[in-house]
Write a protein that binds this ligand. Structure first.
Ligand SMILES: [Zn+2]
Length: 225
């Protein structure tokens, strides 16, 4: 098909306008931020795994967190505690809200209950993790949500020793960022599908009785008339 105005084929149109210059979007910036935080957490939690003193490794995770002020010799204990709240409780809360059909937040991203695709990314990620780890995410102090798919599961850090809890927390933190990456990838796909591709298409313009083949450039030009 050739353009009715300039006579170019789709290939010629693309050659004429050149390759579109990739524009850094808001989604790209968010993705870069999430990946940097993920790398940072991977390093930090790796240090925790090797840095936890041998003599405390087999103590109950929740007990140590509850008495964090007392375990001053573990320099990073405060970071572990806040990471537990952000990642384990944060993911659990996000999944609970999504299941109830409410808006769920994860990091700086939100999942609209009407957005089936994003909702599935969040819930699938959480459910696979829960199945794999055999424990329900969230609620590290109470253990209120005890059953997933009618199967009772320990909640959060329940029953874990300090060493095990840190490894569990590390996995949950990585999931927290992986889900955000998947959400942003979905946004990226949507963004790309909205961009008009250069080419020649059949277009019906105002004042014309039938559609004519027009290239993207000429179509934009004529619409400005
Ligand atoms: Zn044209």
């Amino acid at each position: 098909m050739k353009c009715w105005v300039c006579g170019r084929t789709p290939e010629e149109v693309r050659d004429a306008v050149g390759k579109p210059v990739p524009v850094e979007t808001e989604v790209d910036r968010s993705m870069a931020k999430v990946m940097a935080m993920k790398a940072n957490f991977a390093k930090m939690s790796g240090d925790w795994t090797v840095g936890v003193p041998e003599q405390f490794k087999s103590m109950d995770f929740r007990f140590v967190m509850k008495n964090a002020d007392q375990f001053r010799t573990i320099a990073f204990i405060g970071d572990v505690e806040s990471a537990g709240r952000s990642y384990v409780d944060g993911l659990g809360e996000a999944a609970t809200r999504a299941r109830k059909g409410e808006e769920a937040g994860i990091g700086e991203l939100t999942v609209d209950p009407k957005d089936a695709k994003r909702r599935e990314i969040l819930l699938k990620g959480v459910e696979e993790f829960e199945r794999r780890s055999g424990r329900a995410l969230g609620d590290q102090n109470g253990g209120k949500r005890a059953a997933v798919a009618d199967r009772p599961m320990p909640a959060g850090f329940e029953g874990l020793r300090l060493g095990e809890g840190i490894r569990y927390l590390r996995d949950a933190g990585m999931l927290y960022y992986s889900i955000q990456q998947s959400l942003l990838e979905a946004a990226k796909v949507e963004e790309a599908s909205k961009k008009p591709a250069f080419g020649v298409g059949s277009t019906r313009l105002g004042g014309f009785s039938k559609a004519v083949p027009l290239c993207t450039v000429c179509e934009n030009l004529i619409r400005e008339l």
